[in-house]
Every structure is written in C-alpha cells, then in structure tokens.
Design a protein around this ligand. Structure first.
Ligand SMILES: [Mg+2]
Length: 204
C-alpha cells in the first residue's frame, strides 16, 4: 500500500474542517499570548488549500509541495512560513510513502524544515514542543505500521501541546510577555496537534 493523492486530500480535508471548527479557540489562545490571528490565518490558508484541484497534480508529492506554497502565500504571521515549509519538505521527502518508515521520514523532514526556519528548540513554547515528541513516538511505533505509529504520534503530540502551558515563551511574539506567557497553551502547538490527529484519522 502507498499513500496517494487521495490520502493526502483526506488528511488535509479533515485538518481544514477541524481548523475551521476551532478557529475561535486558536484565535483566543493567540490573543492571550500573541496577536490573536492564528485561527483566522490558518482558516484562510486551509480554505485556499481546499480550493486546489488535487487531480491536476501528477503525484502526491507535487500536491503536498503546492499545499506548502499555498500556505506560505495565504497564512500570515509566523505560521505561514512554518506550515508552508513543513509541507514543502514533507512533499520533497514523500516518495510514494509506501511504508510507515517512509511516512515517518517525510514527517521528520517537515519538522526539520520547521526547525531550520523557526530556529526554535524544545522548551521554547512553540509547535516544536508538540511535533518533536509526536515524531519520536511515531518512530518508536513505526514497526507496528502506519496506524499504530500515527495513533502514538497523536497522543504524544497532545501531551506535548499540554506541556506548553506552564512554559515561559522564548520564541515569537509570546516571548515579549516573559514570565506572563506561562499558564497559557501555545496556539501553534495546538494547531499542529490538530494536524497530527487528522493524520491519525485519515492516513491510517
Ligand atoms: Mg498570531
């Protein structure tokens, strides 16, 4: 089995729907420690992704790269380049994603892109705090297949998201708040958990 364009469409359609339903939550979280636009920005970007003609792309990899470019050009703030880079790198590393190991390598390439672009480390109170343990859990369970690996990744992602609450932000706009950023859940860690949870539902 390999993950084709229709698998990616299922993943991104699920993610777009969850982003739309939770746009107010993401915006509220961002209002607490940022500039209050994460929900509306992500919703705008995912609507643009939903309008792409998936059938016009020769491969799933081409489609993923176009998703990345679309997010770069439609999502504002820091999230556009970070989510855009994630999908560009995932697309570049996708191949035919025939095995759990292949998918893990593609997701890992996406995280590496975010790290290169955002320069955040674990503990800075960003999306990296959720995605890093998610991919570690994925790798731990990759030998059990895509479904088990993605389910483990989704649980670890949510735990990483929750663990951002007590942290003091060291990156992005939230870092301007210093100690006052503690006690708030990071909006980027929240949206990236929706992304991995959507993958677990749709790619498994
Ligand atoms: Mg913002």
């Amino acid at each position: 089995m390999s993950l084709d364009t229709s698998s990616v469409v299922a993943w991104l359609t699920d993610f777009a729907s969850v982003i739309h339903d939770n746009a107010d939550l993401l915006t509220d979280l961002d209002r607490e420690i940022g500039d209050g636009d994460h929900g509306s920005n992500m919703d705008r970007g995912m609507k643009a992704v939903a309008e792409l003609e998936s059938a016009s792309f020769p491969t799933a990899a081409d489609y993923l790269k176009k998703i990345g470019m679309t997010l770069v050009s439609t999502v504002g703030g820091a999230s556009g380049p970070l989510y855009g880079t994630f999908f560009l790198r995932v697309g570049t590393a996708w191949g035919d994603a025939a095995s759990a190991e292949d998918l893990g390598k593609a997701l890992r390439a996406g995280l590496d892109g975010i790290l290169a672009r955002g320069k955040a480390e674990v503990g800075d109170k960003t999306m990296v705090d959720a995605l890093t343990p998610a991919l570690a859990a994925y790798d731990e369970h990759a030998s059990e297949g895509i479904e088990a690996a993605l389910n483990a990744a989704a649980l670890a992602c949510a735990a990483g998201r929750d663990a951002t609450i007590p942290l003091v932000a060291r990156k992005g706009r939230a870092s301007y708040l210093g100690e006052r950023s503690a006690g708030h859940q990071d909006p980027g860690a929240t949206s990236v958990t929706f992304l991995i949870e959507a993958a677990a539902r749709s790619l498994a």
